[in-house]
Design a protein around this ligand. Structure first.
Ligand code: ZN
Ligand code: ZN
Length: 167
């Protein structure tokens, strides 16, 4: 399977029984197929946090302005849920196989802050970059609301400090 952003060969990583295909050593993007979704919600928050800070290459330019193909379906283009160039964050989904492509390079950078600043910075990151969009997704039709819920569970898996938006 190839990275949809930089065409690097994705590496399979299993954390707490969750299989993720990661663009290790390049953009650091993560591919979650839909078979992981039900397993993720049963896990302890933050148990997958090592995935956020996997090895990345310095200065990889992964935002090409073009749409990315699904790493699994190959020809299907991913639907872009979120994109924030300033925060190096992108969340895409395949409308065919429903897998998520998650690039949280912006969140990875915050992990290098001293502990007393990190929690607050991570909170701000989620509140300003991610949660507003999730709330927006919830107010769309039923399927979009369901995808928002899955994303919240993935964020919780990746980040113990993640605060879900209020329902
Ligand atoms: Zn990549
Ligand atoms: Zn697909």
């Amino acid at each position: 399977m190839k990275c949809s952003a930089c065409e690097n060969e994705l590496q399979k990583i299993v954390v707490a029984g969750i299989t993720v295909h990661a663009c290790l050593g390049e953009c650091g993007g993560l591919w979650f197929d839909r078979f992981q979704f039900n397993k993720i919600k049963l896990l302890q928050p933050g148990i997958g946090k090592s995935l956020v800070t996997i090895e990345r290459a310095e200065g990889v330019k992964f935002y090409r302005g073009a749409e990315h193909p699904c790493p699994a379906c190959k020809t299907t283009l991913l639907y872009r849920h979120f994109f924030n160039a300033d925060w190096d964050t992108e969340i895409d989904q395949c409308s065919k196989c429903r897998g998520f492509w998650i690039d949280l390079a912006g969140l990875a950078k915050l992990q290098t802050l001293p502990a007393n600043q990190r929690k607050q910075a991570v909170e701000k990151y989620f509140n300003t970059i991610i949660n507003k969009k999730l709330v927006g997704m919830r107010f769309r039709h039923g399927d979009m609301a369901e995808q928002a819920l899955i994303l919240e569970q993935i964020f919780l898996f990746l980040c113990p400090d993640y605060n879900r938006p209020n329902r």
